[in-house]
Design a protein around this ligand. Structure first.
Ligand code: NDP
Length: 312
């Protein structure tokens, strides 16, 4: 039986592993593959990370994860792979049903992250990482997007926040939304309408993307008139929401209406004592590598206290 199992190997899970390893808890990290077919979380599909403190010249997402992983190993973290398919938190020890062998643990940290929703369109897959991205904060400041027109898809707070952020770099930001009204909060809408660098195109969807090596524009379709139009842009950002990776929990923990794990205020404690959640899986708000790492640290400290209460 394990003292502590950490599910997920993004910045939250790996920071929790570093802290609990240093606390001599010999953590076991389960690296899953359910999102995007690789472990390491969303940073594995990010290019340059310019806003993670300590790397003044930026660092590539996969390299940052690799460094965190090595640091966790240094303090005795063990890694196993395989998705967790189901959990039983009704008895101690907790039971985890893993694709490659079941596990038992006194304490579980869930750091399975969230995945950005991506338009299910072949041209989006074709230009993914070649001008098409789901994270303006991660990629928006890259030189390839500077002083060029950029498109953001979506009509929620994320899309508008991304669009406003991108106006700092782009010559113009086009928000493309499938309806004739935003669902974003009024204040965010006001900011978008009042920003002279933002152009809004309602009632429209992507029909196709074009470009040679990198995306150079989108063919869009007005869904009311069926009119097609080419819009030049050097980047296309998905702002169509995120989905937390919580389906494997199957009702074992309290989730919010969007599927994020509910944690107690100023804590990573979940609805089950001894189960903690950190990173994007319990954060619909910030979703940054640094906030995930910070909450991984908090979860580890809370787990350590819980284990000492149990006498471990
Ligand atoms: P939302 O679910 O609120 O919005 C998603 C948007 O994407 C909607 O406008 C939706 O269109 C559109 N969309 C979804 N699927 C598609 C598709 N297949 N094709 C085209 N468009 C699509 O997600 P957000 O990430 O924006 O926000 C999530 C939560 O986080 C919200 O509660 C939000 O308030 C909060 N948040 C708050 C922020 C802040 O306060 N600064 C910043 C970011 C998020 P439609 O409207 O037609 O459904």
């Amino acid at each position: 039986m394990e003292k502590i199992v950490i599910i997920g190997s993004g910045p939250a899970g790996l920071t929790a592993a570093i802290y609990s390893g240093r606390a001599n808890l010999q953590p076991l990290v389960v690296e899953g593959f359910q999102t995007g077919g690789q472990s390491g979380g969303q940073l594995m599909t990010t290019t340059e990370v310019e806003n993670y403190p300590g790397f003044e010249q930026s660092i590539m997402g996969p390299e940052l994860i690799s460094k965190m992983r090595t640091q966790a190993e240094r303090f005795g973290t063990r890694f196993v792979s395989g998705d967790i398919l189901g959990v039983d938190f009704s008895t101690q020890p907790f039971k985890l049903n893993r694709s490659s062998g079941d596990l038992e643990a006194r304490c579980v940290l869930i750091a399975t992250g969230a995945r950005a929703n991506i338009l299910d369109h072949p041209s989006v897959k074709k230009y993914w990482g070649k001008g098409v991205s789901a994270c303006a904060t991660c990629d928006g400041a890259l030189p390839v997007f500077r002083n060029k027109p950029i498109m953001v898809i979506g009509g929620g707070d994320s899309a508008i926040e991304e669009a406003l952020f991108l106006t700092k770099f782009a010559s113009k930001v086009i928000i493309l939304h499938r309806r004739d009204a935003f669902r974003a909060s009024k204040i965010m809408q006001k900011r978008a309408f009042e920003n002279s660098k933002i152009e809004i195109i309602f009632d429209s969807v992507i029909e196709d993307l074009f470009g040679e090596k990198f995306v150079q524009g989108a063919k869009i379709k007005n869904i009311k008139t069926a009119e097609l139009k080419d819009v030049q842009c050097s980047g296309i950002f998905m702002g169509i929401g995120h989905t937390p990776n919580t389906s494997f929990l199957n009702g074992a923990l309290q989730l919010d209406e969007k599927g994020y794990i509910v944690t107690k205020p100023f804590s990573t404690a979940t609805s089950i004592k001894g189960v903690f959640a950190c990173g994007d899986v319990s954060d619909p708000q910030y979703r940054q590598a640094i906030t995930a790492a910070g909450s991984g640290c908090a979860a580890s400290i809370e787990a350590e206290r819980y284990l000492s209460e149990l006498g471990e």
